[in-house]
Design a protein around this ligand. Structure first.
Ligand code: SAH
Length: 194
């Protein structure tokens, strides 16, 4: 179902737009589902892009999804992709910077900018996610391990699992030299410490 969704016509480099590949999104969401973090839960898809992560969560029985993105095209794509499914999903789509979003939920799912263009732009997403929900699933480059461990501790969270994946990034910008390159990523599950 996820592989049939519409994606960005041209990804904006400054926003580090990159859609999670459908097979990885499906596998990641299935892991979250098995952890009992999806069914009947309110989820936030922070930096939703095409909406793939939040839509996948709704398909697996999430009670409600919030889709948040600053970009016009992302909002349009999310609406179009939601409309492809003939289901009565409960959701809100909010166009704003993640820093301005303040609704609480059970789980945040995000594939934020990795900070390749703007160093550590994923910090803002992580700290915001920690304010919004007690459970977070967040994609980052595998090299971010030490940094995420430290940040989680500082914010009262603990890293409970890291699922490893490989993203094959296509050439999306003129300054990219290789046609495709593989990037090792992790999906971190972070849990608030009680
Ligand atoms: N979650 C999607 C998209 C990931 S790409 C997926 O997994 O496929 C990251 C998304 O974050 C892009 O859609 C980009 O527009 C959005 N984004 C980047 N910076 C943002 C910000 N400061 N506030 C809100 N959205 C932002």
């Amino acid at each position: 179902m996820l592989s049939g969704m519409k994606s960005f016509s041209k990804a904006k480099t400054n926003l580090e737009q990159y859609s999670t590949p459908a097979d990885i999104a499906a596998d990641a969401l299935w892991n979250m589902f098995l952890n009992k973090d999806i069914e009947d839960k309110k989820v936030i898809d922070l930096g939703c892009g095409t909406g793939i992560l939040g839509i996948g969560a709704l398909l697996l029985g999430a009670k409600k999804a919030y889709f948040v993105d600053v970009d016009d095209e992302a909002i349009i794509l999310t609406k179009k992709n939601l409309a492809m499914f003939d289901k009565r999903f409960s959701y809100d789509i909010i166009q704003c910077d993640v820093q301005e979003f303040n609704k609480r939920a059970d789980v945040v799912i995000q594939n934020p900018p990795f900070g390749v263009q703007k160093k550590h732009s994923d910090i803002g997403f992580l700290i915001k996610a920690m304010q919004l929900a007690p459970i977070i699933y967040s994609f980052h480059k595998i090299e971010s391990k030490a940094f995420i461990e430290r940040l989680s501790q500082e914010q009262g969270f603990r890293v409970s699992t890291i699922y490893e994946y490989v993203f094959e990034l296509p050439k999306t910008a003129d300054f990219h030299i290789k046609r495709r390159h593989k990037v090792k990523v992790g999906l971190w599950k972070l849990e608030k410490q009680l």
